[in-house]
Design a protein. Structure first.
Length: 149
């Protein structure tokens, strides 16, 4: 089955810098980071993402950074040094197959994000996969779902 961007997308959460959508046909959550994301908005979105992941029992989370300009360094540090160590985060990722990242157009943001992901991988064992657009990420999930059968 070939899913497209027109499949049913349900907006589950939104704040000034983030949206979380549920792609119902694939049971995938998509976190869209937009513009200059504040520290508080970043924290709220990541905590919500983990809770929604458990609630919907998703296997994949897509992080769309195409519209991202900046995440404060303090927020990145919070994610990797504090939040990823919490029972809440560990519970939220234990059943995930991985995260799929749609890379930011900003080289600086992409480099910082990859470093953050390397730390998260070392701490949790979770894998990150990188793609250039949402359609490529959806195709990746479809292939992985096919192989899992």
């Amino acid at each position: 089955m070939n899913h497209t961007l027109t499949e049913e997308q349900v907006l589950l959460f939104e704040n000034a810098g983030n949206q979380i959508m549920h792609l119902t046909a694939l049971n995938v959550l998509v976190l869209c980071l937009r513009g200059d994301v504040s520290e508080d908005d970043f924290k709220e979105a990541n905590i919500t993402l983990m809770n929604l992941g458990r609630e919907h029992q998703v296997k994949w989370v897509i992080i769309n950074e195409l519209e991202l300009r900046n995440i404060p360094t303090r927020a990145r540090l919070w994610l990797t040094t504090k939040f990823m160590r919490t029972a809440e985060a560990k519970e939220g990722i234990k059943d995930l197959h991985g995260f799929i990242v749609i890379k930011s157009a900003s080289r600086f943001a992409t480099t910082l994000t990859k470093v953050m992901h390397q730390v998260a991988t070392r701490m949790t064992g979770i894998k990150f996969h990188y793609h250039t657009d949402l359609q490529a990420a959806i195709s990746f999930v479809e292939r992985q779902s096919h192989y899992a059968r």
